[in-house]
Design a protein around this ligand. Structure first.
Ligand SMILES: NC(=O)c1ccc[n+]([C@@H]2O[C@H](COP(=O)([O-])OP(=O)(O)OC[C@H]3O[C@@H](n4cnc5c(N)ncnc54)[C@H](OP(=O)(O)O)[C@@H]3O)[C@@H](O)[C@H]2O)c1
Ligand SMILES: *[C@@H]1O[C@H](CO)[C@@H](O)[C@H](O)[C@H]1NC(C)=O
Ligand SMILES: *[C@@H]1O[C@H](CO)[C@@H](O)[C@H](O)[C@H]1NC(C)=O
Length: 276
């Protein structure tokens, strides 16, 4: 690695930047799949990451080609936020084969304006689900534009209660917001409904264990796994114009600290991009 400059989170140095896209400048002798000049997207390995740099070293196993026509900025959101959204939807049985045969379910997606949420809404619609989504008032139009059938402002009483305008219950809740509680989710679930959490932590781990003993409503955790196949699927959907990255803001390398601040504010709409 060359030109590394504060590759890590300013307050939590153990959190590396790991969603990158760029062009290959050098390859190891054992690498067959890529050559110098290839445009790629990579999800850096957690332990060796540090993507806030002009040059990074990554493994071919974590890297996929970036199709022509997809900008580096659009592709940079795919490795973590897009993968998380895709894997959460796969966990509820969503199929993306375009056959239109996956049944479709009533799905609630919280924090639909977040980096993960903006991908999740689009992917849920591609998987034929009927989508209710929550976000702040300023993003109601954006989220409806991503395809959500119903959009709730999380600051209104109905939004806070996650109640569907049509009165329906949800078969699945993809929980992306960090504020919602099981006690709020439970009454909104259909009889065998399930909550899927994208960010495992102690609290929701305990909740998931407790619901193991429930014969009806359940909560489960999805933790991100690197998959070249999944990354490839996301980029293919982008290439076909079926999936897009919502970009909150772009920041030059010299102002990377502003990007961190924006990301940590909890009020970004879509992805925060640092350009080198
Ligand atoms: N990002 C990843 O790659 C990744 C990977 C795995 C897991 N996760 C998890 O996914 C979640 C989202 O992370 P993120 O970085 O994509 O976005 P984020 O910065 O956490 O999300 C910000 C967005 O969420 C909206 N929001 C905040 N509170 C909300 C609420 N109670 N209900 C509905 N919307 C709300 C905000 O709207 P307003 O500005 O209008 O308030 C803002 O648009 C986090 O829990 C994170 O731990 C993220
Ligand atoms: C990667 O992108 C995700 C999704 O938006 C974001 O939450 C996460 O903080 C990013 N990872 C790092 C460490 O930059
Ligand atoms: C929803 O996800 C957030 C963020 O990971 C977590 O803090 C919260 O406990 C989850 N809610 C439930 C009911 O699991």
């Amino acid at each position: 690695q060359k030109g590394m400059m504060r590759p890590f989170h300013p307050k939590f140095p153990f959190i590396p930047v790991n969603n990158v896209s760029g062009e290959i400048v050098e390859v190891g002798s054992a690498v067959r799949e890529f050559k110098v000049g290839d445009k790629v997207v990579s999800k850096l390995d957690f332990w060796t990451a540090g993507g806030l740099a002009e040059y990074v070293a990554t493994s071919d196993k974590l890297t996929v080609a970036r199709p022509a026509g997809i900008s580096a900025a659009d592709a940079a959101g795919v490795p973590v936020a897009g993968l998380t959204a895709l894997q959460a939807l796969k966990a509820i049985g969503t199929k993306f084969d375009g056959s239109g045969t996956s049944g479709g379910a009533d799905v609630l997606i919280t924090a639909a304006s977040s980096g993960v949420g903006t991908y999740a809404v689009q992917l849920a619609k591609l998987g034929n689900h009927r989508v209710t989504a929550t976000c702040g008032a300023r993003n109601l139009g954006l989220v409806a534009g991503l395809g959500a059938d119903e959009v709730l402002d999380y600051k209104t009483p109905e939004g806070a209660a996650l109640s569907s305008p049509s009165g329906k219950k949800y078969d699945y809740i993809v929980n992306i917001s960090n504020k919602n509680k099981w006690s709020v989710f439970k009454p909104r679930l259909s009889s065998h409904g399930r909550v899927v959490d994208v960010a495992p932590n102690f609290g929701n781990f305990v909740a998931s264990v407790v619901t193991l003993f429930s014969r009806t409503k359940k909560l489960s955790l999805v933790s991100l796994k690197m998959s070249k196949e999944d990354l490839g699927l996301l980029l293919e959907l982008m290439r076909e114009g079926k999936l897009r990255t919502v970009v909150d803001s772009r920041h030059p390398f010299e102002k990377a600290a502003d990007a961190w601040a924006r990301s940590l504010s909890g009020h970004a709409t879509g992805k925060v991009i640092v350009e080198m």
